[in-house]
Write a protein that binds this ligand. Structure first.
Ligand code: FES
Length: 109
């Protein structure tokens, strides 16, 4: 299975770089890599908001737009929603996302 590189930047500035498997969600790969800031309490069913990330500007257009259910959940996350806010459980890793950069909200650490 091919992998891509993803960078997750914590509010502290620390960057966690991981190799994510293509076809898997960013949430699953981050949890598997031990990124504790992604709690993912609901396991990816869009009901917890604890997988909230902010996608860096240059990468936003490479992602499919969020659906209504994701947008509704993003209105209820602990950290205020920003322009690049997404649920990482809904970001499926593709070869075109190699080098993806996201930030983690200060409320997730
Ligand atoms: Fe719960 Fe993404 S893991 S909303």
């Amino acid at each position: 299975m091919s992998t891509i590189t993803v960078h997750l930047q914590a509010a502290s500035g620390a960057v966690h770089t991981l190799q994510g498997r293509v076809g898997k969600s960013l949430m699953k790969e981050a949890v598997g890599a031990g990124v504790e800031a992604i709690a993912a309490d609901c396991g990816g069913s869009m009901s917890c908001g604890t997988c909230h990330v902010m996608v860096d500007l240059v990468w936003r257009e490479r992602l499919p737009p969020p659906g209504n259910e994701e947008l509704a959940m993003l209105d209820m996350t602990a950290a205020p929603r920003e322009a690049g806010s997404r649920l990482s459980c809904q970001i499926v890793l593709t070869p075109g996302l190699d080098g993806l950069r996201v930030r983690l909200p200060a409320t997730q650490y």
